[in-house]
Design a protein around this ligand. Structure first.
Ligand SMILES: Nc1ncnc2c1ncn2[C@@H]1O[C@H](COP(=O)(O)OP(=O)(O)OP(=O)(O)O)[C@@H](O)[C@H]1O
Ligand SMILES: [Mg+2]
Length: 261
């Protein structure tokens, strides 16, 4: 670790609705150390996706600022990070291009950065193997199961070797068994990548399994209500799901979430 941090300071965002301007987010303060994993949970509409979009530079705050860096070096804005390919994103519905095969979908961020991705073909094959889809590189998204599509979306989020990995309900509509499998796969991919990860989820169990800390948000306006630290060594084995420490953390998050809802 070089001691950099993803710093979110006093961030607020308002949207105009029916002539009124309610705050979707207000006074968000969060510091994510480099290489850490932060999970965001909270009731629907509390601004989780809005916050992730601000970190991704897809939208801009009305107040406050978001930066990545450290005191000794220069700080980068989300726009600067995105332009240099330092942001990897996987959002709710895998959103793959149906007419492109799996390889070309994974390569998309490289093309957006105007890199010649054919030169990176070895890396794309390595990513396919990493997400267990080495035999599926030539398949179209329609030929894949939901879980396979999510894995393609993860590989695509990792293809630029991002320093920051942003995941918005990456396992959306997957069944229980597949979710558990994907959660462990994500832990492995993230540990290998060394990225600073922020993941939005409605699954308390996957938040606790993956995260160094779980941030519980409340709405009206969207704000941070509580933070639960999960100081458990990595890699966390599948048996962590059965561990009393895991269940104690889940109970705490669930109670705080009920208070915040
Ligand atoms: N572009 C927009 N224009 C107007 N209002 C918006 C816009 N984006 C978000 N909002 C509003 O901001 C609030 C937060 O929305 P957001 O999508 O961030 O919630 P969320 O926590 O991700 O919810 P969910 O868990 O259902 O995905 C909502 O009230 C939503 O209607
Ligand atoms: Mg959302």
């Amino acid at each position: 670790m070089t001691g950099r941090v993803l710093s979110i300071r006093g961030v607020g965002r308002r949207f105009v609705t029916d002539g009124t301007v309610p705050a979707a987010l207000s006074g968000i303060d969060l510091s994510c150390p480099e290489g850490s994993f932060t999970a965001l949970v909270g009731p629907s509409g509390c601004g989780k996706s809005t916050l992730l979009r601000l970190v991704a530079g897809l939208d801009h705050p009305d107040e406050g600022e978001i930066r990545f860096g450290n005191a000794g070096a220069s700080w980068l804005t989300p726009d600067e990070l995105r332009r240099k390919g330092a942001l990897g994103m996987a959002f709710q519905d895998a959103a793959l291009m149906p007419w492109r095969d799996v390889r070309a979908n994974i390569a998309l961020p490289l093309q957006v950065l105007r890199r010649d991705w054919r030169k990176d073909s070895q890396q794309i094959e390595a990513l396919l193997a990493l997400v267990g889809l080495e035999a599926m590189g030539g398949a179209r998204p329609a030929q894949l199961s939901g879980g396979m599509r999510q894995r393609v979306a993860l590989a695509r989020a990792l293809v630029t070797h991002p320093e920051i990995l942003l995941l918005d309900e990456p396992f959306g509509a997957l069944d229980f068994v597949l979710r558990r499998e994907m959660v462990r796969e994500l832990q492995r991919l993230w540990l290998e990548s060394g990225a600073t990860a922020v993941m939005v989820t409605h699954g308390i169990d996957e938040a606790v399994f993956l995260a160094d800390r779980v941030v519980i948000m409340a709405r009206g306006p969207g704000r941070i209500a509580a933070v639960v630290e999960a100081d458990i060594p990595r890699p966390r084995p599948a048996s962590f799901f059965l561990d009393p420490a895991f269940h104690a953390l889940c109970d705490r998050v669930e109670r705080l979430l009920a208070d915040a809802s």
